[in-house]
Design a protein around this ligand. Structure first.
Ligand SMILES: Cc1cc2nc3c(=O)[nH]c(=O)nc-3n(C[C@H](O)[C@H](O)[C@H](O)COP(=O)(O)OP(=O)(O)OC[C@H]3O[C@@H](n4cnc5c(N)ncnc54)[C@H](O)[C@@H]3O)c2cc1C
Length: 492
């Protein structure tokens, strides 16, 4: 699969580069070893196709990897696995081979110095408002219902949707600040596509009905209160997939896509960078799970100007994690705690030892604080020591930790954490997707790859779909070749 050759490649800036590199060839090149890319590679490899994977990070798993810092383990924001897709559920349980726990979810949100159950149980939150405000909420809710019936108006941004479902007071009290903290934009600019993927179906009416009947509604995944979690962190899914793939195939970590050379309607080869060496990989099929904007910027020749403009309109929200290791057994009994208020710099914390006791050495624990930001924000560039100090002071102020118990800290910057669903983004994504669809051996998959708000189960499903598609395409091609041979033979 490996050969040495000398080749002239035209770069995007039209200079001729002579590349004399180790070159690989494979049936399929999978770019990005997050859960989407790994699932595709696993399925293809299982069906006997040779796969090469490239992954920019030293570790596989992408957003769903677990960091191990001297026995203190944490995900990039705690990752719970839940799904309503039986095929994906069976797949993950098989990959984990029994090495998981079923964990109850209990989360809180801090509002006005009071902790509330989260996701909000609207009955509980209404009752905590006092009689006057509760009445106002109910009146607003009923008037929104009537307004909707009369006008039939469909909301097209998060703000309108929440107001229609819960009323203005509930929106301002419970939704506005947290959403704006996560997304960094006004709720009026958060597109309805986010609602469709995340919170569709939730309403005050449904919540009141559930509260009165005292039942949990598993129909809405946001409300599910038990989940699967591997003993040593969510990264086990990616690590196990990778081990299967790598037994017969190549997984190149610390390797980034530099250029994707194309001609006609085909991708011809990929130039990748591993350390200070460039390499060329040729494949029959190419699967991309890297951010779609990164993919487009690697195309050679470069795409038309309108595609390059469209790519600039697709923004991603980044995540900055500050993990504090502690010399104490436990801090909270919660899965997550949410902090919507703007005077608290992070948006959410989790304590991995509440997910699995094996996430820290015995008698120790850790807290992971999530800061949502853009890469152009000042905080993204702040030195690690400054971020650590800020986090410790804030946790201390919240009476969560005693700073004398701090053993250490680790800061991780996660680019491309969330596709940003700004109103109007869909038309730009469609333009790009249509352009990329001209390449009949290029397939997009995954959350960043398809600019979809996928959770792990959707991501895995998307990886499976691409693998099925490639297998089917090649099966048809093989059958046609076989049929061609028979027809040729018949004349002899
Ligand atoms: C804070 C947070 C919490 C979450 N919590 C949950 C949860 O509780 N439950 C749940 O189901 N889901 C959760 N998710 C979603 C879940 O993480 C994603 O659905 C899933 O991990 C996406 O996988 P992916 O393979 O599509 O993308 P990614 O994981 O982003 O993988 C893409 C890979 O491509 C690599 N790459 C990028 N550029 C290049 C390049 N040029 N060359 C080579 N490689 C490159 C990246 O390094 C990365 O490894 C959460 C996400 C976040 C951000």
């Amino acid at each position: 699969m490996i050969r040495q050759f000398k080749k002239a490649v035209q770069s995007t800036n039209n200079m001729i580069i002579i590349e004399n590199k180790l070159s690989y060839s494979s049936d399929t090149l999978v770019m990005g070893a997050g859960l989407a890319g790994l699932t595709t590679a696993y399925q293809l490899a299982k069906s006997g196709r040779h796969v090469m994977m490239i992954e920019k990070n030293k570790q596989v798993g992408g957003l769903a990897r677990t960091i191990n810092e001297n026995g203190f383990r944490f995900d990039l924001g705690g990752h719970r696995f839940i799904t309503q897709d039986k095929v994906v559920d069976d797949f993950v349980k098989t990959i984990l081979n029994g090495d998981y726990l079923v964990v109850p979810r209990t989360s809180k949100i801090l509002l006005d110095n009071k902790y509330f159950h989260y996701p909000l149980k609207p009955m509980n939150s209404i009752l905590s408002l006092g009689a006057k405000k509760s009445l106002k909420v109910l009146v607003e809710y009923l008037s929104e219902r009537i307004k909707k019936k009369i006008t039939g108006k469909q909301p097209d941004c998060l703000e309108d949707w929440v107001i229609q479902q819960f009323g203005k007071t509930m929106f301002e009290l419970y939704f506005k600040d947290y959403s704006e903290k996560v997304w960094g934009i006004d709720c009026k600019h958060i597109a309805k596509e986010w609602i469709v993927q995340r919170i569709q179906g939730l309403s005050l009416g449904a919540a009141i009905k559930n509260a009165l009947c005292n039942k949990n509604d598993d129909k809405y995944t946001t409300l599910v209160d038990r989940f699967i979690y591997p003993h040593k962190g969510i990264g086990a899914i990616a690590d196990n997939l990778c081990a299967h793939i790598a037994s017969q195939n190549e997984v190149l970590t610390g390797t980034s896509l530099l250029r994707l050379n194309h001609a006609g309607n085909k991708i011809k080869n990929a130039v990748v960078k591993q350390g200070n060496k460039n390499k060329i990989i040729e494949a029959q099929d190419y699967v991309s799970s890297i951010p779609v904007s990164a993919l487009v910027s690697c195309l050679n020749p470069a795409p038309p100007g309108k595609i390059q403009q469209a790519v600039k309109k697709l923004r991603y929200r980044s995540l900055l994690l500050v993990t504090i290791m502690l010399d104490q057994d436990r801090v909270t009994d919660q899965t997550w705690i949410y902090f919507p208020e703007k005077n608290i710099p992070f948006g959410r914390i989790h304590e991995p030892t509440n997910w699995s006791a094996k996430m820290a050495p015995p008698g120790k624990t850790l807290l992971v604080a999530e800061y949502f930001c853009f890469e152009h924000d000042a905080i993204w560039h702040d030195p690690d020591e400054q971020l650590t100090g800020l986090t410790i002071r804030q946790l201390h102020k919240l009476h969560l930790i005693d700073k004398h118990n701090v053993l250490g800290a680790r800061v991780i910057r996660v680019p491309y954490a969330y596709p940003l669903f700004e109103t109007g983004f869909q038309q730009y994504y469609e333009l790009i997707a249509d352009y990329l669809a001209q390449f009949d051996n290029l397939f997009l998959t995954g959350r960043t790859g398809k600019f979809k708000y996928y959770n792990m189960d959707h991501t895995i499903g998307s990886g499976m779909e691409v693998a099925q598609h490639i297998l089917q395409k090649n099966r048809v091609a093989d059958e046609n070749r076989q049929y061609g041979k028979i027809v040729e033979g018949a004349g002899l």
